[in-house]
Structure formats: structure tokens, C-alpha cells
Write a protein that binds this ligand. Structure first.
Ligand code: HEC
Length: 265
């Protein structure tokens, strides 16, 4: 009887109150949905071109900057999603108070958000969205959804030296490394280095610059399904707004350079 009652109560609760863990220089703390919804800085924001929902969305949200006590602009953060997706986020744009501004959107269990796709969960419980993202060229991989943790970490270069280009390499290759961190590292490892588990390693055993002839690699990055088509393909295409032609050239320059710097697995 008691069990049946518990089961009933359980079914009536629309969503579990979720928790966001913040691992910051001053220590780790956890905030739940209710605390975030009633945060003094919480407000309604309108996001005209929502990257995940591809339409205008309205959210109850807290400016990310107010949650990042003690974090400095030249430092580094990682947003970890429920499924292990790890977005690498330089701190500077997250701390902005004007121009492109980052917001932590909070899903209210009483008013759940739509599913991201048929049969899939929503972008909640927490979703990092931007107002005026173009002002700082914020890319689609900087909109992590289903966020569970925000961690203060050493930079990608310090954590994963196997990703580093040679010290004496060109400015172009170095710029390509920045593009790789911004757009690819959330899903791909390279030389076995990185936290992602989602897509294949981009250097081991082979680097795509070694086996994709002609312009197939840039075409694949722009529109993966234009080269390999199947319904479950998970890699998103990158438009010229996300990665300009010049940046795409730099990114491929970095990948080609790394083909000569393989690390034994
Ligand atoms: C949201 C996750 C995600 C992001 C971001 C992403 N990829 Fe992928 N990528 C995948 C997955 C998953 C696959 C495997 C094919 C599939 O399911 O689409 C893949 C496949 C690939 C392949 C094909 C490998 C092969 O031989 O078939 C290449 C090349 C590639 N990605 C390069 C990149 C580059 C370069 C970037 C950054 C501009 C990038 N990817 C960003 C998820 C991602």
C-alpha cells in the first residue's frame, strides 16, 4: 500500500528538481532548480535564433556571470551535460555584462520545455543560451544543453598537451587550434586527448586529412550528410557564420599539421 502511494506521488511529480554543480576556484556548490528560479538576478529573456530549438524561445534565466564568482576572464571553464558532452568555454565571453551575454536558462518543472526532437528529452534542466551572440562570434558548440556541471579547469592546452601544435608552427596553425577547441573538441578527441566520447578520434589511427581527398573534408565539415548519409548521423554541419572560410582553412591546417604529430595510443 505504502509503495503504491509512493509510486503514485512519484508519477504526479512532473520532473525531478534538478541540480547544477558549480566547481569554482572558491569551492564546489550545488544549486537546485528552485534556488535558481528564485535567484534575485533571474529574469525572462527572449532568444530570437535559439541554436537548439531553431526558433524564438523565452526562458527564465540567470546571467552566467553572477554564478561564476572568483573566475577571471583569462581562465577556462567546461560545461558538462548529463550525457557526458563537455563544452570547452573560455571564461571571458561568459563574464561579459554587455554585448554577447551568456544566460543559464532554467527549466521550470511546472512549465517544461519542448522536446529537442521526437522522442528526445528537452534542453533542460539547464541550458546555456546567448543574447546577441554575433557580437562575440559565439559558435553553436558554445550553447551546451542538458547541463549538469560547470567546472573551472586549467586551459585545454595545459590539460591535453597532446593537442598542441609544434611550438614553432605558423600563426595559421595556431589559429586553427583555437577553432578546433571552439568547434570540434566537444565531440572529438585527437591523439586520444580530450574529454569527449561522442565522435571518432581525429588523428588516431588516421587523420581525415590523410584519407579524404580533394575538398571532401571542408565539404564534410560544412554538411556531413553531403558526404556520408544516414539517418542517425550525429555531427552537425558548420555554416559560414559559425566558421568562416578563412577559419575553416586554418582548422584544416591544424588537422593536417597534427597528422605529423601522432601520439601512440
Ligand atoms: C556535436 C558533436 C560533434 C561536433 C561538434 C563535431 N563532430 Fe565531427 N563527428 C561527430 C560524430 C558523432 C561523427 C560520426 C559520424 C556521425 O555520427 O555523424 C563525426 C564524424 C566526423 C568526421 C568523419 C570521420 C569519418 O571518417 O567518417 C570528421 C572528419 C569530423 N567529424 C570532423 C569534425 C570537425 C573538424 C569538427 C569541428 C569543426 C567536428 N567534427 C565537430 C560529432 C561531432
Amino acid at each position: 500500500m505504502r509503495n503504491a502511494l509512493f509510486a503514485l506521488l512519484f508519477c504526479l511529480t512532473p520532473l525531478h528538481a534538478a541540480e547544477l554543480t558549480l566547481e569554482l576556484p572558491g569551492g564546489t556548490r550545488t544549486l537546485d532548480t528552485a534556488a535558481l528560479l528564485s535567484h534575485p538576478k533571474a529574469q525572462d529573456v527572449t532568444i530570437p535564433d535559439d541554436v537548439s530549438y531553431k526558433k524564438t524561445m523565452r526562458y527564465r534565466a540567470v546571467p552566467v556571470a553572477v554564478l561564476l564568482e572568483g573566475v577571471k576572464p583569462d581562465e577556462h571553464l567546461q560545461a558538462v551535460a548529463l550525457d557526458g558532452f563537455a563544452a570547452e568555454l573560455p571564461a571571458a565571453p561568459l563574464l561579459n555584462h554587455k554585448g554577447a551575454r551568456a544566460w543559464l536558462a532554467i527549466e521550470d518543472p511546472a512549465r517544461p520545455w519542448p522536446a529537442l526532437a521526437k522522442g528526445k528529452p528537452s534542453a533542460g534542466p539547464f541550458y546555456l543560451v546567448w543574447t546577441d551572440p554575433k557580437a562575440a562570434r559565439i559558435g553553436p558548440e558554445q550553447w551546451p544543453f542538458q547541463v549538469a556541471r560547470i567546472r573551472h579547469l586549467p586551459s585545454v592546452a595545459e590539460r591535453f598537451p597532446a593537442l598542441l601544435p609544434a611550438a614553432d608552427t605558423s600563426a595559421e596553425v595556431r589559429a586553427g587550434f583555437v577553432q578546433f577547441q571552439k568547434n570540434c573538441l566537444a565531440c572529438h578527441r585527437l591523439n586520444g586527448a580530450g574529454d569527449a566520447q561522442f565522435g571518432p578520434d581525429l588523428n588516431i589511427p588516421y587523420n581525415p586529412t590523410e584519407y579524404l581527398a580533394g575538398d571532401f573534408l571542408p565539404r564534410y565539415i560544412r554538411d556531413p550528410q553531403s558526404l556520408r548519409r544516414w539517418p542517425q548521423g550525429k555531427m552537425p554541419g558548420f555554416s559560414k557564420e559559425a566558421i568562416s572560410d578563412e577559419e575553416l582553412g586554418q582548422l584544416i591546417g591544424y588537422l593536417r599539421h597534427m597528422a605529423g604529430r601522432k601520439v601512440a595510443p
